[in-house]
Design a binder for this molecule. Sequence first.
Ligand code: NAP
Length: 260
Amino acid sequence: MNKTALITGASSGIGKALAGEFAKDGYNLVLAARGVAQMQALADDLQRRHKITATVIGADLETSDGAQKLHADIKARGITINALANNAGYGTFGEFKDSALAPALAMMQLNMNTVVALTRLFLPDLIATRGKVLNTASTAAFQPGPYMAVYYATKAFVLSFSEAIAAELAPHGVSVTALCPGPTASGFQDKADMHASALVKGKKLPSSEAVAAKGYRALNRGQRVYIPGCMNWVMAQSVRFTPRGVVTALVAQLSRPTAA
Ligand SMILES: NC(=O)c1ccc[n+]([C@@H]2O[C@H](COP(=O)([O-])OP(=O)(O)OC[C@H]3O[C@@H](n4cnc5c(N)ncnc54)[C@H](OP(=O)(O)O)[C@@H]3O)[C@@H](O)[C@H]2O)c1
């Protein structure tokens, strides 16, 4: 029988591309996000090309009970999850003092609480099937991020949580991989309204497909932390040997909004 992968944030970008990777390998899919029409088009395409089954579930995962509702829906359909890709997430760009509180709390709910809730809720399935977890963190996880302070902190949480449970779950046959991409071409920059940031302005970014393909291979290797791209890897390592004040000042310099 085919295995089944649940992918959150499958309506665009890295999640959409991850769905393609799992489907190529013969996984049945459960695709979850709010964009049902986009996911249905993806499901139709992948089902036709890879002879798999793809179930689309509209889910708002930044609500306090979004993860529980999604879990209940999947269980009501009698589906067992063998691979969980906690990928849905977004960032907000700008000065913290000018930011509204409610959107920051909603982002924290999606980027952190939902990751914990879905992982915990599907753990019985994952342990029973010696399954796999792929959490999309970010290179943002490795240092503080002025102008995206809350987002960077959420990704530090995802990285720390993923590494910790990877150690706990290894004896149970469950692998956990934190995928840590650098800036990647996707819907992310529009949503974060960060085209003015020097981090992305004028830069040619790797595609979501390339990042997902590398992340999927890391998942299959059982690698606990994977950073796609040599420069991203070097940057993530170098912050370990640099005073945090210096790193934070550098990120502030790099991220600061530039004139249009
Ligand atoms: N692109 C980058 O530069 C970059 C770098 C490092 C890490 N990442 C991480 O990669 C992951 C995927 O982002 P992406 O780059 O692929 O951006 P994207 O194209 O904007 O995709 C984000 C996905 O998250 C989903 N999502 C957003 N809010 C949601 C909600 N309330 N409920 C359910 N799903 C929601 C979106 O679906 P709907 O809007 O249809 O709900 C969409 O499918 C995120 O965790 C992001 O933090 C991105």
